[in-house]
Each structure stands twice: as C-alpha cells, then as structure tokens.
Design a protein around this ligand. Sequence first.
Ligand SMILES: NC(=O)c1ccc[n+]([C@@H]2O[C@H](COP(=O)([O-])OP(=O)(O)OC[C@H]3O[C@@H](n4cnc5c(N)ncnc54)[C@H](O)[C@@H]3O)[C@@H](O)[C@H]2O)c1
Length: 502
Amino acid sequence: MMKVQDGKVFGPGSATTTMAGTCGEMNKIKSQEKQMIKRRDFIKNAAVAGAGFLILKSGTRVGAQAPSNKLNIGMVGTWGRADAHFGVLKNENIVAMCDVNEDHLAHGLQHAPKAKPYTDWRKMFEQKDIDAVVCCTTDFTHAFVANWALNRGQHIYCEKPLGVSVEEVRTVRASYEKQRKKCATQIGTQRHAMENFNRCRELVRDGAIGELKEACAWGNRQVKPAGCEYDEKQGVIYMKDKSGEKRTAGYLPDAGAPPANLHYDNWIGPVQFHPYNPGYFEKGPGANCLSWNMFWDFGGGQIGDMGSHTMDLCWCALDADLPTTAEAKGDPLNNAITPIKCEFHFDVPANDWRGPIRVSWYEGGVMPQSPREYIDLKKIDHGAMWKGTKGFLVAGFNERILIPFGKETDMTYYKPRTKETVLPPLGGFQEEWINAAKNGTPEKTTCNFNYGGKMIEMMDLGLVAYRVGKKLKYDGATGKTDSPEADALLSKKYRDGWTLNG
Ligand SMILES: NC(=O)c1ccc[n+]([C@@H]2O[C@H](COP(=O)([O-])OP(=O)(O)OC[C@H]3O[C@@H](n4cnc5c(N)ncnc54)[C@H](O)[C@@H]3O)[C@@H](O)[C@H]2O)c1
C-alpha cells in the first residue's frame, strides 16, 4: 500500500518523493511558483486580450499540446465519480490529487502520475500552481472546497449539490459573485447537456402551454442506509437489533477502527463526528454516495442527489429567483436520516416574462397529480411537469409530452421556432467549463454557481421547512425566514479546524 502524508509519498521499498511544502525544497519551489503564477496570468491575459487566440471558432485550441495552453488542475476525490472526469481532464495538467482513501488516491494517480498527492484538501490548497479545481467528494464538503477555490481565484467544477445547507450555498454564491469575472464555475449536473432540456425550455418560454403557472419535478427512488428497512406505510426507517427487535434507525453503529488506508477523520471533516462503519462505504464506485447521502450530516437525501439533476430539468425553463415561501410534508422526522417520502412546495416570484409560480419537488414515491388519469407519471422515474393556462408539458430527461387543454387545443396561439432559432446543443458539459476558464469568458457556463446555487438553496430551504413542519416565509436578500426555529437550521455547526470560507 502506498503511504501518503500530505507533502510526501512513501512507496514500499522506493525512494521518498518530495512534494511542495517540504523544507529543503522551499526556495526551488518558490521560484517554480513564481513561474507558475506568471504562466497562469499569461493564460488569463492572453484570453482576455483576444478570446480567439486560445480557442478557434471550431473549438480547436491553438497549440493545444503546449504546456502553457493547459489548465493546472487540482482534483479532490479521485475515485468513484472522479472516473467520469478523467477522460476530459487528460488534455489538461492534473498537478494535485487529494483523496482521504489512499487506495482511491492511487487509483487517481494512475491518470496523473506526476500529480502531488494529498489526503487533506486543506493542504492541497497550499500548493500554488493550481489554476482550477475539480471536486468529486462527499456532498458535505462541496461548499468548503468550492469556497476555498474561489477565494484563491481558481476555476471550480463542483459535483452536485453545491451545498447541504442554505448558509453553505449562500456563502459559495457570495464568493462566486466576487469572482465571477475571473473564475469559471460549473455544478456537476451534466444531464443539462441533454437536448431535451433546451426543447422543454423553448416550449415553456415560447408559450406552448400558455402562461406558466406551476412547475414540478420528482424522483421515485427509495434509498435505504446500510442494514435498514423502510416501513413505507409508517414512513419509518428501521434496523433490527441483535435480538431481531425492530428499532428506528439512526447513524450507523460504531464498527471499530477504520481500515488503515482510510483517513476517516478527514472523511468526517467539518461535520459532527460519527464513528466509523463500513456501511458508509458499501456501494460501488460512482454509487457510493448512496451509502452516506441519506444522513442529515452527510447529505440532503435525494434532494441533493437525483433532485439536483431532475429539478435542473424543471428549473432551466423557469428563469427563477429564490422562493418567497417554503413548505414540506413527508415521513415523520428522523433526526439522523432524511425522509424517503416527502414533498416540497415553494412560491417563486414573477419575472419579466411570467407571473409568480408554484414550484414543487416530490421524492420517494409521493407524486404530483397526473394531468390525465391514463398517464402514469410514476413510470417516468425522474421527471418534470409544467402547467400553463393552456396546457401541460410532461418530460423525462430524454422525451416530452405536450397536452393542450381548454378552448385552444389547435394551438394556433403558439408559434414554434424555426430551425435557425432553436437553442443550439450545449456540447460537452465539462468542456464548457474548461473552455470558459481558458477563453476569458468565465461566466459562460450553463450551470454556474448563480443558476444552480439558487436552485439548491431553494431545495435546502425545503428541508428546513420539513424539519420545522410549517410553512416558512423566506427573504432571499437576507437569507432569513420568519421563524427563529427555522433560521437556526439554515446553517450547520462545524468541527474545529474546518472553515467554510477559508
Ligand atoms: N453528476 C453525477 O451524475 C453524479 C453521479 C454520482 C455521484 N455524483 C456526486 O459525486 C460525489 C461523489 O460521489 P461518489 O459516489 O463518487 O462518492 P464516494 O463516497 O465514492 O466519494 C468519491 C471519492 O471521494 C473521496 N473523498 C470523500 N471525502 C473526501 C474528502 N473530504 N477529501 C478528499 N476525498 C474525499 C472518497 O474516498 C472517494 O474516493 C457526490 O457528491 C455525488 O453527489 C454525481
């Protein structure tokens, strides 16, 4: 097993490899850092001076193989979801890699053997040559890594969700507002590049369903933590104790010392300590998030998971701002585990092309009412629906159904776009971020931290409304509700040594 301390790698029987931060190399490193900063300024200035210098119209980069034309990437989380990024990142320089699991770090380093390895992302941020960060860690660390990157002027691609509390998301959005002319951001809702997102947006925006009144999205899956069962009727998640007796499930029981390859204290990171249990790591690569994201301290349940993708399908047709109210109802509250079945409703203010609308999210099998009884919405596992004054639009990620109603079902009120004016394909989603970073156009990403941040702020607020069990008024300008009890739940308490906005 490779042994990593942040700053050094000890391979069995091999020479020690030194890395940034070791004393003997400080002077050499300082001069390297100066060169790297110059190089970074060069990329930025060249891009600002003339976007066409770096990216041709065709998207072909001039001298793409030249080192100065690549981004220096720091990757946090190098296994699982990270595997979805190596293909695109192979054209850049991955200069730093961090994972709390040394085996997973070794997996990532196969893609970038020269990258400096870390097991604590705070140490990674001491490395000075990083232009851009890709974050594929647990949901409860996303806002931390995103803020730290933005505060250092680094571009950041962050897996969804952007944060697991209202405060986390608002802090990242505030950091983004300061850096939006400099840092390209993208939330990892890559399904946004699917063609159907644009087609649904066009139909809603162009009035195919009349004036928009309501919009919703849903996700059917029921995710249960390790060793737990779900009593759907009662809405209770339970586990059996040694005597076979059912008891309400909580955080997983202490299973002793974590394996030597896992820096468990760094995995827990900012949140309140919970003892190690292999159940938090039981699912396979790319799906392991389902092992921990149903626990309040580790995620927001399905809201942060498929909710991020599916509400994005709905949200992209709304041009919405933060809601003015939030309410929710679902399974009885469990203090450790987020609800499986739950519905959330928000009042979203008018904008310049529509009036106020009601936006809803349904999860775990609770469903919106079908527009027609012969249409079983449940058969669309993850879907969205928009209701206007003249019709419904129902969609999955790949397809859509338009249902006009009322007196104008001939739809003569609606003028479809010409071929020339349909929204163009987005192209590669990760590439969109890389191009925005290199091209001096950092705001040109579709799921930037403002667009996607507001969406997840609304959803995180919904979880607070669920916890307090009452309808909340929300002031998006101050980030406060009309309930002190709810306000106390908008933020989380972190462990010493972990700073959200560092
Ligand atoms: N966009 C998508 O379609 C999609 C798909 C799957 C997962 N995800 C998201 O990706 C993220 C990771 O999901 P996963 O299933 O790969 O989870 P995971 O538990 O496997 O974690 C991914 C990697 O991050 C490492 N890690 C965890 N905490 C870390 C920390 N504090 N510092 C450094 N490394 C850390 C883990 O050891 C692991 O190697 C989640 O936020 C999830 O929501 C997105």
